[in-house]
Design a binder for this molecule. Structure first.
Ligand SMILES: [Zn+2]
Length: 114
């Protein structure tokens, strides 16, 4: 798949991202809030394991593609899997997930200055 071609179809903006966002520069707003504000999600480095998706995210809303920013949430770590209970895991899988969660927490500390 040509990654550049797929990004060309996405909306773009000149508004900056947080320094930790790994999405392409100028990734645009993709949805509308109930209040009619544009919304996009900033994503940090991926800490996923084979079984669990783990990553840093923050949501931003704006009045238009050119701003101004209406809100920007503090970054948090999302944790999810295909299974609503996050599945059943053996010891090696649990250790991989625990290590990945600790890495994500350390990165969140660095980003937020905690
Ligand atoms: Zn971003």
């Amino acid at each position: 798949m040509n990654d550049n071609a797929s990004h060309e179809t996405l909306p773009t903006t000149n508004m900056p991202c947080p320094h930790w966002c790994v999405l392409p520069t100028g990734h645009g707003f993709r949805s509308l809030t109930h209040e009619g504000l544009l919304m996009r999600c900033h994503e940090g480095p991926d800490h996923s394991t084979a079984d669990v998706a783990i990553g840093l995210v923050a949501d931003e809303t704006a009045l238009s593609d050119d701003g101004p920013v209406a809100s920007l949430t503090v970054p948090t770590v999302f944790v999810c899997s295909d299974d609503a209970t996050l599945g059943r895991h053996d010891v090696p899988s649990l250790r991989r997930i625990a290590a990945a969660l600790l890495n994500a927490a350390d990165e969140l500390d660095r980003i937020t200055g905690s």
